[in-house]
Design a protein around this ligand. Structure first.
Ligand code: TNX
Length: 553
């Protein structure tokens, strides 16, 4: 009798606990970042539980991977394990989540998610679109173990406003391991970004293995030390460097492609080349010797383009870059190239003479020489089916309009480039340099490059200048946040500079300006920050609560 009573009490306790668990209703909220269009449907919720399956079209490798991602995300967030299942007919999604392709969706990267009491369907014109729909579901589910998550019946959809949604990472000034680059890609994926501009070469290091010229990394990959503070005369004297092997690069490219991110490598030329010249001094006008630079900034030593061997060398490098990176674009830099060496170099002057380059009121002969050099590179890459991107200095060099311009010194060169017929990517240093401070009150911030780009400034950025004529607007492909790493030494510091500013940029790139609302964005950011925390990503929490950070406090 006693035993029976104890069992009864225990059972009652269990029942109460179970009841309590179901009482605690966990409900998804689709108002995520970037904000989709959410149309509620008057109907019961869909109950998402471990019994549900994730269906995907049989035989489609990308959609299978999408299904794996979704299952993994749900497991990370809720602890529920959903199996994935290939199906022949993606119409039959009853009781499950079904991923499907739908040619009727107009935008290549657009998605539609339909939630009814009977099931969830996430559709895209492409697998990339489906991936973005998956990110919405991922962000919408509350964090914490759950046996059931209720998904309100709704139609949720979005088309990105811009096709180029970029983030840049400088792996030269400081070198980051493969795992950090992959982590950066993970952060981009969560925010619906699709282009990684990977800065791989500069004065302070050469970070990409080139088999034909191994000294580039053996010698050029290492500097004697790193400056302490802002270009102070003090150097830590610690040998610093590293590089990515071609196998590692292939691995990273694949990792990014699985997340629908294309990597655009940058090999900066003819300036920012001292690391290469330290390994092969014959590439410079004076013949060196050169040392991998330990300062930040701009140096007068740039490639000698009077020598044919320089061009041959650059083409050798590009051969290997093109073989590695499958994307359409190769970034060839072109920024900050002082021409003082060229003015004094007999070979460069001879080239100017042979080409008949004549200075005029707007351009020096040396500027035209940079234009000639860039055009040689452009034509070479075009034979390989590639296009170049260059920094906005190229606008002063007579480069033809097949070159895409990255507008960094401000927004004005971008508008000017579009007027001339160039495609343009907007990355004006204010507010899209995420190596800049996030507040005017910098005393309590990790050291940054300088400047100020608050979360609100990023959110308010408009890539298309108001006065750009309608027939030129299509030239603005999108925008990009840049992370230069002179003062950024490790992964948490990258994250701090990027989060949550990347969230603001993602709304700039996805939303129609009419649908942007900063205070609404900030409210939604609270949940996004929970996700950052959940993944142990460092972020600037202050940006969630502070206002008017563009004024010194
Ligand atoms: C300018 S952006 C540079 C970089 C620096 C950056 C620091 C550009 C084309 N050149 O070399 O790292 O400023 O914010």
């Amino acid at each position: 009798m006693k035993v029976k009573a104890i069992i009864a009490i225990l059972l009652a306790c269990l029942a109460v606990t179970a009841l309590h668990a179901t009482d605690d209703i966990v409900r998804a909220d689709y108002r995520v970042v970037p904000l989709p269009v959410v149309n509620g449907i008057k109907s019961a919720d869909f109950s998402l539980s471990g019994q549900c399956l994730v269906n995907y079209p049989m035989g489609n490798r990308n959609m299978e991977r999408n299904a794996q991602f979704l299952s993994q995300y749900i497991e990370e967030i809720t602890g529920m394990h959903l199996s994935i299942r290939p199906v022949i007919n993606t119409q039959e999604g009853k009781g499950n989540i079904t991923l499907a392709l739908d040619p009727k969706i107009s935008n290549d990267e657009g998605y539609e998610m339909l939630v009814t009491p009977r099931g969830v369907t996430i559709k895209g014109k492409t697998a990339a679109g489906v991936f973005y729909g998956i990110q919405v579901l991922r962000q919408s589910i509350p964090i914490g173990n759950a046996a059931v998550v209720y998904l309100p019946a709704a139609q949720v959809s979005s088309d990105p406003r811009f096709s180029y949604r970029g983030m840049h990472l400088d792996c030269v000034r400081h070198f980051f391991p493969v795992s950090t680059v992959k982590h950066y890609i993970d952060m981009m994926a969560l925010h619906g970004m699709n282009r990684l501009h990977w800065h791989l070469t500069d004065d302070q290091g050469w970070r990409i293995e080139i088999k034909k010229h191994p000294r580039l990394t053996e010698v050029g990959g290492w500097r004697k030390g790193t400056i302490l503070g802002h270009n102070s005369p003090v150097n830590d004297g610690i040998r610093y460097g590293g590089y990515y092997t071609q196998d590692e690069i292939r691995d990273i490219i694949r990792y990014a492609a699985d997340r629908y991110i294309t990597i655009i490598p940058e090999v900066d030329m003819p300036g920012h080349m001292v690391a290469a010249m330290s390994a092969y001094p014959e590439l410079g006008c004076t013949g060196g010797p050169y040392e991998v630079w330990c300062m930040w900034g701009v140096t007068d030593d740039i490639l000698c383009v009077g020598k044919d061997q320089t061009l041959r060398f650059v083409k050798d490098i590009l051969d290997e870059v093109v073989a590695l990176f499958p994307g359409e674009y190769i970034h060839i830099g072109g920024d900050e190239s002082p021409r003082v060496r060229w003015q004094e170099c007999p070979r460069c002057q001879q080239r100017i003479h042979d080409l008949g380059l004549k200075a005029h009121d707007k351009q020096s002969a040396e500027a035209l020489l940079q234009g000639w050099f860039t055009t040689q590179v452009q034509q070479y890459l075009s034979q390989h089916g590639r296009r170049i991107i260059g920094w906005d200095e190229l606008l002063g060099c007579d480069v033809d309009t097949t070159a895409t311009i990255m507008s960094w010194t401000g927004a004005e060169p971008g508008a000017r480039g579009a007027m001339l017929g160039h495609d343009v990517i907007m990355t004006p240093n204010t507010p899209l340099y995420f190596d800049h401070y996030q507040t005017k009150s910098t005393w309590n911030e990790p050291m940054a490059f300088g400047g100020c780009a608050t979360l609100k400034m990023v959110y308010d950025f408009e890539p298309i200048a108001g006065n750009l004529p309608a027939d030129k607007r299509h030239h603005i492909l999108g925008a990009q946040g840049n992370v230069w790493t002179e003062y950024i030494t490790c992964e948490p510091q990258i994250d701090y500079q990027v989060l949550p500013r990347m969230a603001a940029l993602s709304e700039v790139l996805w939303l129609d300006p009419a649908n942007k609302d900063y205070s609404d964005f900030k409210a939604r950011l609270t949940h996004l920050a929970e996700i950052y925390k959940f993944y142990h990503w460092t972020y600037r929490a202050k940006s969630l609560v502070m206002e008017n950070e563009d004024k010194a406090q």
